[in-house]
Design a protein around this ligand. Sequence first.
Ligand code: ADP
Ligand code: MG
Length: 233
Amino acid sequence: MIEITNLHKSYKTGANSLHVLKGINFSVKEGELVSIMGSSGSGKSTLLNILGMLDEADEGSYMLDNVPIKNLNEKIAAKYRNKFLGFIFQSFNLIGYKTALDNVAMPLYYQGMKRNERIDRSMAYLEKVGLADWATHLPNQLSGGQKQRVAIARALASDPKVLLADEPTGALDTKTSYEVMDLIQGINDEGKTILVVTHEDDIAHMTKRIVNLKDGLIIDDSKVNQVKAIQHV
Ligand code: ADP
Ligand code: MG
């Protein structure tokens, strides 16, 4: 599903250049649940942003579902992004003046889906994350865990090939974090390919494989015995 080879990325600020990714190689098969682990500043978000086509590498190749991701014009890039990728962020990134339902429906609107279909589909995904009764609530009327569930419903509603989550539990307390991970595990059990960026060891162990990032390189990439989050909820 994902194949990256010799990926490099530097940030230039004025005369200085910061080499963040120094030759990353890895691949992810369909249906995997993988975490990208590393301390703050190790380049996790930089890598995830490149995988999410929000940024481009300076060097190396990236194949997403057998499509080479390189020098795409913005229109085609946006089309691929919609078709292939769903995003979940630490800060939820919900639109404050829109209801939970409208937040989920918004990307579907931009994909040109008809209103009735949009609403039905968004309701179905809110139900899936356990928030059917909260459809008409605004984000500030929801708890952190509920906001992240809305964001997960929004990411899933387009039925992307891959779900990319950047510190999805970073803003949540421990119990709520495990509830969100239980949801993510359930979505993976249904077959979705998911990448979770985290700096927390216990969250990483709730995935099936841990890719350890340090100083811009992968220092370890191992399958692990997945801890079921439900045991901690
Ligand atoms: P992580 O997500 O692992 O905490 P990041 O990928 O966000 O790490 O950042 C890696 C390094 O790159 C950090 O030193 C950070 O300050 C720097 N960095 C990230 N984004 C930018 C940017 N847009 N411009 C300049 N430096 C950046
Ligand atoms: Mg980060």
